[in-house]
Design a protein around this ligand. Structure first.
Ligand code: C2E
Ligand code: CA
Ligand code: CA
Ligand code: CA
Length: 277
């Protein structure tokens, strides 16, 4: 028994070592990713479920790893945050997406742009000046930009966060709470922070028509948003039934595979051209 215990311990150590090595390699690769042109911004349409016309796009980061293939953001953004690389990467996403959306707008598509930002980016120096510069360089009015933050950030209820967000708000950009409904214990922060949009998490949309709890929760979020004068976007809409249920509840803006998956800029340009005008 002792022997096998020792082997097991040895096994776990080797596995942990292997994991640590992999992480270090991944970290080194991520450091090179920007310079080697392996990062790409994809765009997913945000639609009016009612008219089926596009209103905006969300910028979603992709990493094309030369050996491992595409790595989903959920796998490398945490690493980018730990290492601080999200500072540089996040600024690149903002600049790239602003330039792309300015281009689409000049082609006659009056789209707004949604960009994900995290608290870590505040610590790494992303601020209202960076955003103002990105907008100016691309001749974009501030109201075109929406910044998406997660709920967890507001639950910490810090003065730094408040000032940070107020800086953006003062520019005239919109602020959305991403994955809304997944983490809250108190909604009082909605009053304290200058947010104007809630994005209903796709977990609830997924269960909308099968789970009474999810249905009630979405209904409650929609009526709360209406009474607090907050805009709403439903995420992860995959079926006509979900779209219909949301429209019945007066939730009009939606994003999801029912309409379009996130696409590279060139493919989204083709998709735009194929839309009925
Ligand atoms: P998110 O901001 O909640 O983005 C929405 C995610 O839902 C995207 O995953 C999108 O591909 C996926 N999605 C959209 N419609 C549907 C649908 O109908 N069904 C299903 N099952 N999924 C749908 P993605 O692109 O893998 O991004 C994952 C997360 O990574 C994002 O979640 C966001 O939190 C983060 N992320 C992506 N890009 C950036 C970025 O530039 N900066 C930061 N800080 N985070 C980012
Ligand atoms: Ca988002
Ligand atoms: Ca989300
Ligand atoms: Ca998410």
């Amino acid at each position: 028994a002792k022997q096998s215990g020792r082997n097991q311990a040895h096994f776990f150590t080797a596995a942990m070592q292997e994991q640590a090595n992999q992480r270090m390699t991944l970290e080194q690769d991520l450091r090179q990713a920007l310079a080697r042109d392996q990062l790409e911004v994809y765009y997913q349409p945000i639609m009016s479920g009612r008219t089926r016309s596009i209103k905006g796009v969300e910028a979603l980061l992709r990493w094309h790893h030369p050996e491992r293939g595409p790595i989903p953001p959920d796998h490398f953004i945490p690493l980018a945050e730990e290492t601080g690389l999200i500072g540089e990467i996040g600024r690149w996403v903002l600049d790239t997406a602003c330039a792309q959306v300015a281009h689409w707008r000049s082609q006659g598509w009056p789209l707004y742009l949604s960009v994900n930002i995290s608290e870590r980016q505040r610590e790494l120096g992303l601020n209202d000046k960076c955003v103002a510069t990105a907008l100016e360089q691309n001749d974009l009015p501030a109201h075109v930009l929406m910044l998406e933050i997660t709920e967890g950030l507001l639950l910490q209820d810090s003065e730094d966060t408040l000032n940070w967000l107020q800086g953006f708000k003062a520019l005239g950009v919109s602020l959305a709470i991403d994955d809304f409904g997944t983490g809250y214990s108190s909604l009082s922060y909605l009053k304290r922070f200058p947010v104007d949009t809630l994005k209903i998490d796709r977990e609830f949309i997924n269960d909308l028509d099968s789970d009474r709890y999810a249905h009630s929760l979405v209904k409650a979020i929609i009526s709360m948003a209406a009474s607090l004068d907050l805009r709403l976007v439903a995420e992860g809409v995959e079926t006509e039934q979900q779209c219909k249920t949301l429209l019945d509840q007066q939730c009009v803006l939606m994003q999801g595979f029912l309409f379009c998956r996130p696409l590279p800029a060139a493919d989204l340009t083709d998709w735009l051209a194929s839309q009925p005008s």
